[in-house]
Design a protein around this ligand. Structure first.
Ligand code: TYM
Length: 455
């Protein structure tokens, strides 16, 4: 059976002194096992030598052709599966909020990303739903590491989910841009180049349609003064060992890298937002939508929350949108060679890129007719499933393709059309209308709680 590297639980690694960047090849999951700690080759492993899936904030790579084994992720990360019961409860709370917000008509259905299992895992969602049922305010927190001027359609997944949650729950939202992370981990110089990337990403994010009255977006190097006391509290609680064991830092890494996790952790606590979410108590709960690669930051955060007497942040995890070259890689701007669709691509470019996407449709028409398509590995089908709001279309495409009556070319054309018609064409219109003034509106330090409905 495949195993998954990185179990983001510092306690699981406590006794492993040899565990380091590159991970432990003999027992990458339970690095506390004797083999790991007695192994002489642990520090020399490179991703290419491993036989395991890699899921870290800085690298995602599946070894099997079917992509990341998400069942295995659930058991190794020890997060909770979003099951039918949780979906029903979420639907009920959304309906309750719909009434409380005084909105007419039928309550909104669950988002397709949720009902189709793209949002597959959580931590403490039930606790957040308890709070919402008691009419307590919950805030949303998500983020982006500004590594390239244009975001790709993989990044859309958590942002579409966050936009939906803000709409249906009426929550305030904070969005962190980790320019410090990209300076420390990607060597992007702070200065005009980073400023341009950040400004462009800010506009990209705003174009998802977040509510300007309830949304605050900040870049770390500009906002640090406001949240520094919370960062410091976290830095005092998170040991170097815990950071090393969770992220694989080594002694030659600069101290900026080792300290960074506290900065991504800090917005999980309302004390980072004295002027943005101005409440006296520390009790306001935070819900973080993100892809599963970001989970290790928040496991670390949750592990020290009790000591800081703060509520543990809750999480909603999404799966990854695959790279065009196939499900073995997530779509990623740092691996352009694996194939990305950018948010700025036009329909013709998307069609051209998707024509080259990995197909689960078999080698020949004969294969397809006899065996049908493998929907799990087919990138174009994954696009349709991720981006179409039309359940009937997704079902008929899946059935037809699996039965071999639709060809790979048909599904690639459909995927391009769905992405363009349903998502990107609208996003690009909104993006074109965003000015520097709009950015100033979203990034100015102001009370966003006032605009959020009080329960
Ligand atoms: P970044 O910029 O790598 O990614 C931004 C968000 O997009 C998710 N993501 C994907 N989701 C689905 N399919 C993909 N192919 C894909 N690629 C990326 C990421 O999980 C993330 O949710 N350190 C973070 C920035 C950050 C953050 C946060 C993210 C700061 N605070 C809080 C989430 C929540 C980063 O570099 O994300």
């Amino acid at each position: 059976m495949k195993s998954l590297r990185l179990l983001p639980s510092p306690s699981a690694f406590r006794q492993c002194t040899t565990y380091a960047r590159g991970f432990c090849p003999p027992c990458p999951i339970l690095v506390t096992s004797r083999r790991c700690c007695s192994s002489s080759s642990v520090t020399t492993a490179s991703p290419s030598e491993s036989v395991d899936d890699v899921v870290t904030p800085w690298a995602v790579e599946a070894k099997g052709p079917k992509g990341i084994d998400y069942d295995r992720v659930l058991s190794q990360f020890k997060s909770e599966r979003i099951d039918a019961e949780m979906l029903m409860r979420l639907e009920k709370v959304i309906a309750q909020r719909h009434q409380e917000l005084g909105r007419g008509g039928a309550p909104p259905p669950l988002h397709p990303l949720i009902r189709r299992g793209m949002v597959f895992s959580h931590r403490d969602l039930n606790v957040v739903l308890d709070s919402l049922e008691k009419k307590q305010t919950v805030y949303l927190y998500t983020g982006r590491g500004p590594s390239a001027g244009t975001m790709h359609v993989g990044h859309m997944v958590p942002f579409l989910l966050t936009k939906y949650l803000q709409d249906v729950l009426g929550c305030p939202l904070v969005i962190q841009l980790t320019d410090d992370e990209k300076f420390l981990f990607r060597d992007i110089p702070l200065g005009p180049k980073m400023d341009a990337i950040v400004q462009s990403n800010l506009k990209d994010i705003i174009a998802f349609g977040f509510d300007p009255k309830r949304t605050f977006i900040f870049r770390n190097t500009a906002y640090m003064g406001e949240m520094y006391s919370t960062v410091l509290e976290l830095q005092r609680c998170i040991t170097t060992n815990a950071a090393k064991n969770t992220f694989g830092f080594v002694d030659t890494d600069c101290i900026g890298k080792v300290a960074f996790p506290a900065t991504q952790a800090a917005p999980s606590f309302v004390s980072s937002f004295r002027n943005v979410l101005p409440i006296k108590s520390h009790n306001m709960r935070c819900l973080i939508p993100c892809a599963i690669d970001q989970d290790p930051f928040f496991v670390l955060t949750r592990n020290v929350s009790d000591r800081l007497k703060r509520p543990k942040p809750a999480l909603l995890h999404t799966k990854f949108l695959p790279a065009l070259k196939g499900a073995t890689h997530k779509m990623s701007s740092s691996a352009e060679s694996n194939g990305v669709v950018l948010l700025t691509d036009d329909l013709a470019t998307i069609q051209r890129k998707l024509r080259k996407a990995f197909s689960g449709g078999g080698g020949t028409m004969e294969d397809l007719k006899n065996n049908g398509a493998d929907l799990d590995t087919d990138v174009a089908y994954q696009f349709v499933r991720t981006f179409s709001a039309d359940d009937a279309l997704v079902a008929s495409t899946g059935e037809g393709y699996r039965a071999g009556s639709l060809t790979s070319v048909d599904v690639k054309e459909l995927a391009a059309k769905v992405l363009w018609d349903e998502i990107l064409s609208h996003w690009q219109v909104r993006r074109a209308a965003i000015t520097d003034e709009t950015v100033t509106e979203f990034t100015s330090i102001r009370d966003i709680l006032r605009a959020s409905p009080s329960w």
